[in-house]
Design a protein around this ligand. Structure first.
Ligand code: NAD
Length: 397
């Protein structure tokens, strides 16, 4: 069928299989053009189908030559409804990995559940034996607790006071003011339960108990800090509280795995266009301004460049030492946070209006990347041609 984008707010309800495959292959080609990494051998990526998780899986497989298991929550096509982008991405990844002679397997389901953890452990036992790197890259609006059955919803709200700042509708280019009311205590609790570290801890505990983590294993989860303008809604808001919890979990896991020579890190990554970040008010306008400045400065990176730098320069560099900041965090947001970049973004920020948004920021680039997340606006794809929406994932378990 002919597949066109259908948007509802900040989500796109259709995805293009060939466009998604092309986006994945572009990332694979980037990694293959870079020096190989003496990195992990068997990698589990939880949240592996889009954004930073997908890029981590591609770097593991194509720069380090690792076997991978990807766990993610995506939907297959059903009748005239296309599959989700992560489904098509994973199908393309697995095909490319098989062609390159690497093992790769997919588990589609709720990573927060005990069933999926058990299924993953069984798969590790039968196919890989053990794991030496666990990447935790889940971004979700909801989580059902596996023991209590309570379902939590995460919200993106400030804490303690109302927050007002500029925001953009990235479809229309309208720059308006967004006002967000502060979160209640219960909303803070629920957001920490969804996006904090409890589930990461549960994964590591269960993998360790099952004896499928090698001694000396590494685990990494992702966080964000960002600039002053987004602090009230992000870093000092509900999601920031959840990230504090994630970072505290990294410290605990570091002690736990450290007993057998293992390591646990949180890597603070750059702000990028992903399905998750497009849902946060203010952030798409900030990213548009940031892209403009970093592209002009020659320091712009996407997910794949960020994850290649994380693996090659930090986690698996030749010195064996991982550079962290004074709070123990890996900082691959270092180029974003350079004072001269932030000063330039702050200057643009104060001037941005509906009239000048395309001139002063890279909103056009933001919008294009948003559609590319779903396989649209991709060079070399004929969007008027029939596409087969029914794409199988080769090693789906
Ligand atoms: P994303 O939306 O692109 O990816 C989320 C992944 O989680 C997908 O593979 C999805 O299938 C999976 N997932 C969601 N719910 C799941 C569930 N219940 N079970 C299994 N899998 C599930 O998100 P992203 O932006 O790549 O975010 C990944 C991490 O990186 C998050 O911790 C996020 O806070 C962090 N981060 C993002 C940015 C950014 O700007 N996008 C910046 C820094 C850090």
């Amino acid at each position: 069928m002919i597949i066109q984008p259908k948007t509802r707010g900040f989500i796109c309800t259709t995805a293009h299989p060939e466009g998604c495959a092309q986006q994945v292959l572009r990332q694979v080609e980037y990694v293959k053009s870079k020096p190989a990494i003496a990195g992990p051998r068997n990698v589990l990526v939880i949240g592996a189908s889009t954004g930073y998780g997908l890029a981590s899986r591609i770097v593991s497989s194509f720069a380090a030559g690792a076997n991978t298991i990807g766990v993610y929550f995506d939907k297959a096509a059903e009748g005239a409804r296309t599959a989700s982008a992560g489904w098509y991405n994973s199908a393309a990844f697995e095909k490319a990995a098989a062609e390159a002679g690497r093992k790769s397997y997919s588990i589609v389901g709720d990573a927060f559940s005990d069933e999926i953890k058990t299924q993953t452990i069984d798969l590790i036992r039968s196919e890989l034996g053990s794991i030496d790197l666990v990447v935790y890259s889940v971004a979700s609006p909801r989580r059902t607790h596996p023991k209590t059955g309570e379902t939590f919803a995460s919200v993106i709200k400030p804490i303690g006071g109302t927050y007002t700042n500029k925001t953009v509708n990235f479809h229309s280019g309208d720059v308006t003011e967004a006002t967000i009311e502060p979160a209640t205590e219960d909303e803070i609790r629920q957001t920490i339960a969804v996006m904090g570290g409890e589930d990461w801890q549960m994964w590591i505990d269960q993998l360790e108990e099952a004896g499928v983590l090698v001694d000396g294993a590494t685990t990494v989860a992702y966080s964000y800090i960002g600039p002053e303008i987004t602090h009230a809604v992000y870093r000092e808001g509900t999601i920031g509280y959840a990230k504090n919890d994630l970072e505290a979990t990294a410290k605990r896991l570091s002690e736990q795995l450290g007993k057998k020579g293992g390591r646990a890190f949180v890597s603070v990554n750059k702000a990028l266009v992903t399905q998750s970040s497009s849902a946060i008010p203010v952030v798409p306008l900030y990213i548009s301004a940031l892209y403009k400045v970093m592209k002009e400065n020659g320091t712009h990176e996407g997910c794949i460049e960020q994850m290649y730098r994380l693996f090659s320069d930090r986690l698996y560099n030749a010195s064996g030492e991982t550079l962290v900041d004074d709070r123990g965090l890996i900082r691959v947001d270092d180029w974003e946070m350079r004072p001269e970049i932030q000063a330039e973004v702050a200057k643009l920020w104060s001037e941005l209006t509906t009239e000048n948004v395309y001139e002063l920021s890279d909103l056009a680039g933001y919008r294009k990347e948003f559609f590319q997340l779903f396989g649209f606006e991709t060079d070399g794809i004929d969007y008027e041609a029939d596409a087969n929406q029914d794409v199988p994932i080769p090693n789906l378990r």
